[in-house]
Design a protein around this ligand. Structure first.
Ligand code: 3PG
Ligand code: MG
Length: 396
């Protein structure tokens, strides 16, 4: 594979797979443009060198072909704004019109193709479809880390239609892989992984893999209550995955055998219902009253977690500590965000990933105070589960 940084893009049409799968509200306003902003330096470098850019992406999970709701045309105006260049739009990602628009691009121009998933062939990894896409560009740049865990036509299969010296990772992919590898392979100790979110079932494999590498694992969010149940605690109406109680118990046992410290939230903010206007109180997490549920870590837990984080040299954070979308249950997640930022300032390397934790560091104003904010949700999780991502493997 070629090196993006030294490649001469002059007069070249770069076909870039980006991940513009961004959240949109009912009026098609982008509610989080992190993934768009992330790829701007890649695009600008090519344009400045005198090349042109063809962007391809998916948006959402359309099931029945072209659907207005999932059209990438909704992104054109915003993208043109952040890029500072008028972006052209091809209403289909393959076919005559796309070919003509791509062929007529001049150096410094940008074309966005319509949603790749309007074709079933994309997710199936269809070779003929990948080849059609490949014909649009002179070089292939994969900059879609967020979709690197999918073996789709545009993320993986397409690579075989470009010789080694005409395919490469873009700056997002390079940055993501470098920071993920830094955490995974050369991590300075203590290495603390902060794992949160609602469900244990989503995080079992990442915890198992981290047991081989981390010194400390902090567990917060709804998933913590399955662990408390595994230890015989009373958690009231808190979220518990009954069929994962044994798994939680096994994870605790493995951690013990390996000498990895697992930190669970000793106390919780509890509520009488799952609602922004619920009555709240606090409780030890292993003795929550019957009709109450834990929706955030408590003040003691927050202080204790912050202490562990402050002593860490490497920090990985995936998943919030509570229901931070509701003001009454955001204290824990906010506290953790601050602790990660403080540790980073003292020299730790911190990587934050997963849609919710990234939204939290943005919302609380810490995004530029951590070492790296990942554009990957599922991709980052799979990377830290120790899996090889198809989007990365296909380039090798
Ligand atoms: C994501 O947001 O997780 C990526 O863009 C991949 O999307 P998918 O989960 O629909 O494949
Ligand atoms: Mg996903």
């Amino acid at each position: 594979m070629a090196n993006f940084n030294t490649y001469d893009f002059k007069g070249k049409k770069a076909l870039i797979r980006v991940d513009f799968n961004v959240p949109l509200d009912d009026q098609f306003n982008i509610t989080d443009d992190n993934r768009i902003r992330a790829v701007i330096p890649t695009i600008q470098k090519i344009l400045k060198a005198g090349g042109s850019v063809i962007l391809m992406s998916h948006l959402g999970r359309p099931k029945d072909g072209p659907t207005d709701k999932y059209s990438l045309k909704h992104l054109v105006k915003h993208l043109s704004g952040v890029l500072g260049t008028e972006v052209k739009f091809a209403p289909d990602c393959i076919g005559d019109e796309a070919s003509k628009l791509a062929a007529s691009l001049k150096g410094g121009e940008v074309l966005l193709l319509e949603n790749l998933r309007f074709y079933k062939q994309e997710e199936k990894g269809d070779e003929a479809f990948a080849e059609e896409l490949a014909k649009l560009g002179d070089v292939y740049v994969n900059d879609a880390f967020g979709t690197a865990h999918r073996a789709h036509a545009s993320t993986a299969v397409i690579a075989k239609f470009f010789p080694a010296d005409r395919k490469m990772f873009g700056l997002v992919m390079e940055g993501e892989v470098a920071s993920a590898e830094k955490v995974m392979h050369s991590s300075e100790k203590p290495f603390t992984a902060i794992i949160g979110g609602a469900k244990v079932s989503d995080k079992i494999m990442i915890i198992e893999n981290l047991l081989e590498r981390a010194t400390d694992i902090i567990i917060g969010g709804g998933m913590a209550y399955t662990f408390f149940r595994a230890m015989g605690g009373k958690v009231g109406k808190s979220l518990v995955e009954e069929d994962r109680i044994d798994t939680a118990r096994e994870l605790l046992k493995k951690a013990d055998e390996k000498g990895v410290q697992i930190h669970l939230p000793s106390d919780s903010i509890i509520a009488n219902k799952f609602a922004a206007d619920a009555d709240i109180s606090s409780s030890l997490s292993n003795s929550i009253p019957d009709d109450w549920m834990g929706l955030d870590i408590g003040a003691l837990a927050c202080d204790m977690f912050a202490k562990v984080i402050h002593q860490s040299k490497t920090i990985l954070w995936n998943g919030p500590m509570g229901v931070f979308e509701m003001a009454k249950f955001q204290h824990g997640t906010k506290g953790i965000a601050k602790a990660v930022a403080d540790a980073t300032q003292k020299g730790a390397f911190s990587l934050v990933g997963g849609g919710d934790s990234v939204a939290a560091v943005n919302q609380f104003g810490y995004a530029d105070k951590v070492s790296y904010v990942s554009t990957g949700g599922g991709a980052m999780l799979e990377y830290f589960e120790g899996k090889e991502l198809p989007g990365i493997a296909a380039m090798k």
